[in-house]
Design a protein around this ligand. Sequence first.
Ligand code: CO
Length: 224
Amino acid sequence: MQKIIELLEANKQWAESLKAEDPTFFERLSEAQNPEILWIGCSDSRITPTSSVGLLPGEMFVHRNVANLVNHSDMNCLAVMQFAIEVLKVRHVIVCGHYGCGGVKAAFDDSRYGLVDNWLRHIQDTMHKHREEIDRQGDYEAQLDKLCEINVIEQIVSVGETTIVQDAWERGQELYIHGWIYRIAEGIYRDLGVTVSSLEQIGAMRDTTFDRRVETRPAGSRPA
Ligand code: CO
């Protein structure tokens, strides 16, 4: 474990190295932020959203919680989304899950950790909803991987069903919701190929099964 004082030393070096490349970087950054992306991801310490996709401070607005969930009663998440979409006018929302997610695993295993179990209850609801598809996967690991993927897809629908996103689309604001999944063992993100950008697409996703959604939208596809 690093001593806290070492963190402050490391921070000085980080700031110096950025200033060495771009002397006015922090001055300009202090004036405004102009991110194009809102990231909704897991709190897992092994994931570093901004730097792992080559972005600098100021280029990504970030919300993280255990198991990257978007619940319509979570004022924290909704406030982040509202500010990012209505004030900062981000063009993309990336919901990013990851394989081996402890939150998803706890829900899958029905483990008890305390208060967090109530938060993870949402994943158990998702698991029951997609039970057949999960059961069709091979072994335990494959089933858990599938639940991690399905959890991302379900959160895309949740994002698209917020009044914030629906109002944005209704007033003609361009906004894409993407679903990504990260494999920690490789350090690589993968697009789940279910990007949505309209009320109609969200409606179609909600009304069809996960299987059909995947079949009709090949990996990496983008809306026209
Ligand atoms: Co996680």
